[in-house]
Design a protein around this ligand. Structure first.
Ligand code: NAP
Length: 489
């Protein structure tokens, strides 16, 4: 048996044990992971800082987000209604007799999570994918990201403390460090693996999705990959709010040196004097941004390669770049502009440039702007900056934007993703591999479950969520009515 076989056998054994725990027991485990991470904060944050070049305040905030996510999923499963219990009681007098059928969501099995380089805590070892999978009752194998391997190991050690304290199966969470194309691939194609979570490059996500679909038994891969997050500026707001818009857009493009999947990489507007003023101000804002180190040398190299490729395209014009030269490993913030008709002819302009870069597409007419929007592929977010008058005159644009992305934002920047029940951090391909799901917020748990219907079962054989007495007092659909009451027999 090789190492990966051993890991996945352990993951299966752990799943068989972990899935039998009550939601309350799983919630205790999630809360203990949060507590262990909090206890390790002073050692975790400096190591993550050293490995990722991210500033300490950002990492402290991200660690809090991570522990809050774990606690959020603990509350979700303690409350319990997320399992979508639906019950249709038997009717022996019907012709033909109606059977007793009861449905709920159950965990899929061992899940493999790929840590993301740009969120060493919140989207990595104990991040949202791991927290949601553990909440569902699945066991987890983490493929740690090599760019923050020490942080990943320390986070895993905190998880192990929670395992020891709560007595859950020792292999409920396992940690593998190694290359994606060997260890990562072996984990995805292993027969015991039932689902995969990933955040990173389009090429990486697509490769995992292909491995998963070439298996004898294909499995779902929830990959969050590439997005340029188009922002539409409508004419009245450009006229009225020029300065504020230029400042907030420049801040969003360069936040975290552009290393967010929601970074606004594309700006669309119809040509006007107000647009020219806005772009001049935006260019001036960008000159003031000081280059900073990127997450790792690979991301730095790919940013500058992609930036050079974008800037070498015919018809592109730089409108602002940092006044300071970029040092070793640092990103060079840049904004550029191109005319709408040239954008439409060149697919390179639609490619993600992961870093502090944005391209303004200046269209000759509203019709051309709509043609540009129609040409774009699936996105995580799309934004519209608009006054009430703009909205009244351009609802067709907003309607089109809702078909494009998982989240549409009015008068705010796309960077900054709230972790809550209503969040959708997902979108049509190639933003993700499955637009029906989100990787942020409570409904991220739905990626790791499947519905199972129990037909004709005795009450004592049913899971608690489906029992007549409704011991968890959860909301269920009983004979087509929402209720949290017990079923009287
Ligand atoms: P990545 O290269 O996609 O790697 C993420 C994880 O997937 C790593 O563990 C990696 O393993 C693994 N992996 C990559 N390709 C694989 C393959 N063909 N088979 C199996 N496993 C594979 O992402 P990254 O290192 O975070 O950054 C690289 C680029 O991704 C960036 O320059 C940026 O363009 C993009 N990115 C996008 C987002 C976004 O949210 N849109 C976020 C982060 C990064 P190894 O470490 O062994 O390669």
């Amino acid at each position: 048996m090789n190492d990966i076989d051993m890991v996945m056998q352990n993951a299966q054994d752990a799943f068989n044990s972990y899935k039998t725990l009550s939601p309350a027991q799983r919630a205790v485990f999630l809360n203990e992971i949060a507590a262990a991470l909090e206890a390790a904060r002073t050692s975790l944050v400096p190591v993550a800082h050293e490995e990722s070049n991210l500033p300490l305040p950002r990492l402290n905030g991200e660690l809090s987000r991570t522990t809050n996510q774990l606690k959020m999923f603990a509350r979700l499963i303690e409350e319990g209604s997320w399992v979508e219990a639906a019950i249709d009681t038997a009717d022996k007098n019907r012709t033909p007799p109606k059977p007793d059928t009861r449905k709920m969501l159950l965990p899929v099995g061992p899940v493999v999570v790929f840590g993301a380089s740009n969120f060493p805590f919140a989207f990595s070892t104990a991040g949202g994918d791991t927290a949601s999978a553990l909440a569902s009752g699945s066991s987890v194998v983490i493929k740690g990201h090599s760019a923050h391997a020490k942080t990943s190991q320390l986070v895993f050690e905190a998880i192990q403390k929670a395992i020891a304290k709560t007595g859950v199966h020792a292999h409920t969470v396992q940690h593998v460090l190694g290359s994606g194309s060997t260890a990562g691939k072996a984990l995805v194609i292993h027969p015991n693996t039932t689902g995969v979570g990933f955040t990173g490059s389009f090429s990486g996500g697509k490769a995992l999705w292909e491995y998963a679909n070439q298996r004898e038994t294909p499995i779902p891969v929830f990959a969050e990959m590439s997005s340029i997050n188009p922002v539409v500026f409508l004419p009245d707001t450009l006229e009225q709010n020029t300065v504020a818009l230029a400042k907030s857009y420049a801040a969003s493009v360069t936040l975290g040196m552009g290393q967010f999947c929601t970074n606004p990489g594309l700006l669309l507007a119809v040509q006007s004097e107000a647009l020219d003023n806005f772009l001049n101000l935006l260019g001036a804002e960008i000159t003031q941004i000081i280059p900073q180190k990127m997450l790792h040398s690979g991301i730095h190299t790919s940013y500058h390669k992609a930036l050079d490729r974008a800037l070498s395209q015919k018809g592109i014009e730089k409108i602002g770049e940092s006044e300071q030269q970029a040092g070793d490993g640092e990103a060079f913030p840049t904004v550029a502009r191109v005319k709408g008709n040239i954008f439409l002819q060149n697919p390179h302009f639609r490619e993600e440039v992961f870093g502090p870069y944005s391209l303004a597409v200046c269209c000759d007419s509203k019709e051309e702007l709509i043609a540009v929007l129609k040409q774009l592929k699936g996105q995580l977010t799309t934004t519209v900056m608009a006054t009430d008058a703009d909205i009244a005159a351009n609802y067709d644009i907003i309607d089109l934007q809702t078909t494009l992305a998982g989240r549409i934002i009015l008068n705010d920047v796309p960077t900054g993703v709230e972790v809550c029940a209503s969040m959708v951090h997902g979108g049509p391909y190639p933003a993700t591999t499955d637009a029906r799901f989100t990787s942020v917020g409570t409904t991220a748990i739905k990626r790791w479950v499947r519905p199972v219907c129990f037909q004709g079962f005795n009450d004592r054989m049913l899971p608690d969520a489906l029992k007549n007495s409704n011991p968890q007092y959860i909301w269920r659909i009983v004979n087509n009515e929402w209720t949290n009451a017990a079923i009287s027999k």
